[in-house]
Design a protein around this ligand. Structure first.
Ligand code: GUN
Length: 300
């Protein structure tokens, strides 16, 4: 058996046409959706994510404003940029690329973002709203994974989903969505993490396995059951002398091995990554509409 490929790139392209249409409709009312982007430090992976997000914005008609600060920027300097984005009429969504060079600054910085512009869904108010099942911004990777499953026709309700990784960015919000009542949820969810003993015991039970651990080849074929649906969230740079960049991107799953056992699997690159960016675009257009008192441009 060889698995069906969950083609996030193709699905993202479809969704971006719809987002571009919604952005153009706002444009007719004189509103250009805008994303304020803050990058602190010069981590090459963060730089490339930010560049990809800005390029995707331009392609759907979202204007982006980028501020870069040095790795040793003070907390006050970072907060000043966030407050400027909060005040700006041309910025509807705010993205502070994580991780920050100083991780202890993340909570105060994310908490300073206007929750109505928090298109990453990381502000405590939006985290709480998700937990309570209230409307709010949903973190983009978790939202993108659920859309990828849903639009690929993979049933979620009643199934056992095992998530490897408990981050605030992916694992926790995803567990929340999938276990909640409603059309995107009703699954039974297990979260595994670095302190889980005998992880394979859990991953082998998964009907849907989501891996967001940031470790290349963490999941091998012996750790999954036949017919599993695998979503690989990992983006790892591994040395590759044959590539002009000197590295290539791989996920957390041994793709070649696991695809022989799986019913469906998302590739890296071209799986979850494009969906994450798409949900950021979606949230930014939604924010632009809501901040201007307009109805949800994606609601029917
Ligand atoms: N770092 C890794 N993923 C993300 C994300 O979705 N948003 C932000 N802001 N930073 C990230």
């Amino acid at each position: 058996m060889s698995a069906r490929i969950l083609d996030g790139k193709a699905l993202a392209a479809d969704m971006r046409r719809e987002i571009a249409r919604a952005a153009a409709e706002l444009g007719e009312r004189g509103i250009t959706p805008g994303l304020g982007v803050l990058l602190v430090g010069d981590d090459p992976a963060s730089r490339s994510y930010v560049t990809a997000k800005e390029k995707a914005c331009a392609e759907v008609g979202i204007h982006s404003e980028e501020v870069c600060l040095p790795a040793d920027a003070s907390r006050e300097a970072i907060l000043e940029i966030v407050r400027g984005f909060n005040r700006s009429d041309s910025v509807h969504g705010i993205l502070v690329q994580l991780p920050l060079p100083e991780p202890s600054m993340e909570t105060p910085v994310l908490s300073a973002i206007d929750p109505g512009k928090d298109v990453d869904g990381f502000h405590p108010v939006n985290v709480g709203r998700l937990l309570l099942g209230l409307p709010g911004f949903i973190p983009c990777t978790a939202h993108g994974i659920v859309k990828l499953l849903q639009k690929s026709g993979i049933p979620i309700e009643g199934r056992h989903v095992v998530i490897v990784g408990r981050s605030n960015i992916v694992g926790r919000p995803l567990a929340n969505i999938l276990s909640s009542k409603g059309p995107l949820g009703n699954a039974t969810v297990t979260i595994c993490h670095t302190r889980t003993r005998d992880m394979a015991r859990f991953t082998r039970q998964a009907e849907i396995l989501v891996v967001a651990a940031g470790r290349p080849r963490l999941i091998t074929a012996d750790m999954v059951r036949e017919g599993v649906v695998v979503v690989d969230v990992g983006v790892n740079r591994v040395e590759d002398a044959s590539s002009p960049r000197g590295y290539r991107l791989v996920g957390d799953v041994d793709f070649e091995e696991v695809r022989r056992k799986a019913a469906a699997i998302s590739p890296v690159p071209g799986g979850v990554g494009p969906m994450t960016i798409t949900m950021l675009l979606y949230n930014t257009v939604l924010a632009a509409a809501e901040l201007n008192g307009l109805r949800n441009p994606f609601a029917g």
